[in-house]
Design a protein around this ligand. Structure first.
Ligand code: NDP
Length: 291
């Protein structure tokens, strides 16, 4: 337990629903380990109450926040300052409160980048990346990898228009090449031979009965594929990762991204180096217990 007293600093997450969040466990474990007088609290804030809740954080002296569904985009209009990358992504998942001012950041893209480098020993620079999905997470990842000098980003999504918007923004605002393709077997296979990294940024795979996003033929032809990264971490081994393993391709689930986006938020709020091993252990334990 954290000993709360009159000097305890409060951080937390605004979202709705919040039942699934592992962030309180990860951050409170880190605060305890470093003996920092902070507590991380989940605040269930409805979509329509965001403005009131943000006014409340100044009144209540809350010093930092994470934002999750459905607030990441809407929150931007209430902030005093937004970091350049978050502006480009068009979403904020972290706020730091300083001298009564709210500054927004997005740590999702950098979170997966650090996980790719540290957990997977994979450097996305000059690589071709296929991202399946074009929701909030896909957009943050695609833009960050483009800024980190990926060579080409291919985005496949059920709703093609969303993939197109991300690809257009990348081409317009970075030096990376990007295209959108339909989420169809033939289109994926056409790209397969050139891809070095495949990322699943859809929710397909959370349920074991879900359809296969990528068929075996894709893996048969993906002669340059080095790594398959699934943002899903529960279950830890999705059908996509099982299939990739059959072809001896390195695989990772999304626990690393969850960890490092949290590490970055922690460091923004506290100015201290996060105890990564403690945060990872807290997440691994929670996923094991939930699974
Ligand atoms: P969004 O709701 O913004 O996007 C969901 C994506 O999944 C869209 O591309 C959507 O396609 C696609 N999708 C949903 N259902 C289907 C379907 N039946 N067939 C094809 N595509 C489908 O969610 P997020 O971007 O926030 O999250 C995406 C995934 O990433 C989730 O599984 C989430 O849990 C995970 N995640 C993991 C994180 C981590 O730290 N590991 C962080 C953030 C997210 P369409 O556009 O056509 O609707």
């Amino acid at each position: 337990m954290i000993d709360i007293d009159g000097n305890t600093k409060i951080v937390g997450v605004f979202g709705d629903p919040l039942g699934h969040t592992l962030s309180p466990l990860m951050h409170n474990a880190a605060f305890r380990y470093l003996k920092l007088n902070y507590v991380y609290f989940p605040f269930r804030v409805k979509k329509s109450s965001l403005n009131d809740a943000l006014k409340g954080i100044l009144t209540l002296n809350i010093c930092g926040l994470n934002l999750t569904i459905p607030h990441k985009i809407e929150v931007m209009k209430f902030l005093d300052e937004i970091d350049d990358e978050a502006k480009l992504i068009g979403a904020v998942n972290t706020i730091k409160v300083e001298n009564g001012r709210l500054k927004g950041y997005n740590t999702d893209g950098r979170g997966i980048f650090i996980s790719l480098r540290k957990d997977c020993r994979f450097n996305p620079e000059d690589k071709n990346v296929l991202i399946i999905g074009a929701g909030g997470a896909a957009r943050a990842i695609a833009i960050h990898l483009a800024l980190c000098k990926a060579r080409r980003i291919v985005i496949a999504n059920r709703t093609r228009q969303k993939a197109r918007k991300i690809a257009q923004d990348i081409v317009r605002q970075t030096n990376c090449d990007a295209i959108d393709i339909p989420l169809k077997e033939s289109a994926l296979i056409k790209e397969s031979a050139n891809i070095h990294l495949l990322i699943n940024a859809t929710s397909i795979g959370m349920n074991p009965a879900d359809f296969r996003l990528v068929k075996e033929k894709f893996f048969e032809r993906a002669s340059n594929l080095q790594l398959v990264y699934d943002l899903i971490y529960n279950p830890p081994l999705t059908q996509l990762l099982k299939d990739a393993k059959k072809y001896h391709i390195k695989t990772f689930n999304g626990l690393g991204m969850l960890l490092y986006q949290g590490v970055l938020s922690f460091e923004i709020w506290t100015g201290k180096k996060a105890p990564v091993h403690v945060m990872r252990k807290a997440l691994q334990k929670a996923v094991k217990n939930k699974g």
